[in-house]
Design a protein around this ligand. Structure first.
Ligand code: LLP
Length: 386
């Protein structure tokens, strides 16, 4: 259902809130499935950090996805929402002891390990608990992703992963530890990537690394996990509600050389949920300043931090009015100059009380909300709720 036709239903709710279009989510999930089901041994672990809303999580789980978690809290949330523990993978540069214990107790699929000190702690805790921990190493592929500097992760200068030059050494260390089982390699080059050549470059890098491993006689690489990163069209959410999964998955099918029996794992987040969510807000005031007109809305950087943090631009629609084109700066109420959703934003003539939809907010919207200024965390509704 398009967002304009939801207006009547939104009117009775207190703003601001997130709205998740579960029909679009279902379509998105089946678009992914129809690509990945073509290939044996491909598995998708949804990156929970993008949106951990319980209803969204349940729908994703029921569609047959596993989960990629980066904290003990995410692991708990996933288990509470129906994900079997053995379909959960756990990444992150700073896993605390309690999080490792929780993951081992739950019996997760594998840890994506980011350093030798971390490997040693996992081994020690596993020994103490008389368990075996499955570990995969996150290798920093040193591949550049064409995206915002704050969300690229696969360059040598980033804090993530283990240098590719150290790959053989860390695998050998893992093989010498009785309480860990080496199961695979993990990569992630960044987020909001729209150029397929970036993923292609990652494939070629992985091919070279696999050749190196083969030459060294290491054959236990059961899983290759290529992370996530596929971007969405923030400018045209109505025209492009479903990301280009075909090109994305075909790039891997074409460029990555898997060894016989090897499984390929993906960790998409944004591409799964990004277009399904909108932040619904109301215009509080229209303020005419000397050089600008401001639309001041009741949502702020506390509900959607991406514009303030990354200079991200989300498409904004006025759901109450469609005539009399104007240009506004759309801003929130928070006491920070960076609490701006969009500068010079074309909108119909907006009045106090109009409902606005800030689109493409399904990923890294609700999950990154804060209570700065003692504001309440945003509520969220799905199509079925309202
Ligand atoms: N796997 C790993 C290891 C990751 O670090 C991430 C995202 C993903 C998967 C999922 O990436 P996606 O498919 O969503 O691009 N808050 C930022 C994005 C941060 C992404 C962090 N890592 C934003 O709002 O743009």
């Amino acid at each position: 259902m398009d967002i304009q036709s939801m207006k009547e239903r939104f009117e009775k709710l207190k703003t601001p809130f997130y709205y998740y279009d579960t029909d679009l989510l279902a379509e998105t999930l089946s678009a992914i499935k129809s690509e990945t089901d073509k290939h044996e041994g491909w598995q998708l672990h949804y990156a929970v950090k993008a949106c951990a809303n319980p209803k969204v999580l349940r729908q994703i789980q029921q569609a047959g996805f596993g989960a990629d978690c980066v904290s003990g809290g995410e692991i708990r949330t996933c288990i509470e929402n129906g994900f079997p523990a053995d379909e959960i993978v756990f990444a992150g540069v700073g896993k605390a002891d309690w999080e490792i214990e929780l993951a081992l107790e739950a019996g997760i699929q594998y840890f994506n390990v980011e350093s030798i000190p971390e490997l040693e702690v996992i081994a020690e805790i596993a020994t103490r608990k008389n368990k075996t921990a499955n570990v995969s190493f996150r290798i920093n592929p040193d591949v550049e992703a064409h995206t915002h500097a704050h969300i690229t992760t696969g360059l040598a200068e980033n804090k993530f992963g283990i240098a590719k030059e150290d790959m053989l050494h860390v695998i050998r260390v893992a093989q010498s530890l009785p309480s860990v089982r080496f199961v695979g390699l993990h990569f992630h080059i960044g987020s909001q990537i729209l150029q397929m050549d970036d993923f292609e470059a990652l494939c070629y890098r992985i091919n070279d690394l696999q050749d190196e491993l083969e030459a060294a006689g290491i054959t236990e690489v059961h899983n290759i996990n290529v992370g996530g990163g596929l971007g969405i069209d923030y400018k045209h959410p109505n025209e492009n509600p479903i990301p280009d999964f075909k090109s994305y998955f075909e790039t891997y099918a074409k460029c990555l050389k898997l060894r016989p029996g090897q499984r390929l794992h993906f960790e998409l987040g944004r591409a799964v949920v990004g277009q399904c969510g909108s932040l619904i807000t109301r215009c509080l005031y229209v303020k005419q300043a000397q050089t600008k007109q401001f639309v001041i809305v009741d949502a702020g950087m506390t509900e959607l931090m991406r514009p303030a943090l990354y200079g991200a631009r989300h498409y904004i629609e006025n759901l109450s009015c469609s005539s009399g084109q104007q240009t506004y700066d759309v801003v929130g109420p928070v006491c920070e100059s960076s609490d701006v959703f969009a500068k010079d934003c074309p909108l119909p003539e907006t009045k106090r009380g109009d409902l606005l939809a800030i689109r493409s907010g399904g990923a890294y919207g609700e999950t990154m909300a804060s209570q700065y200024n003692c504001r309440e965390l945003p509520k969220a509704f799905t199509t079925e709720d309202i």
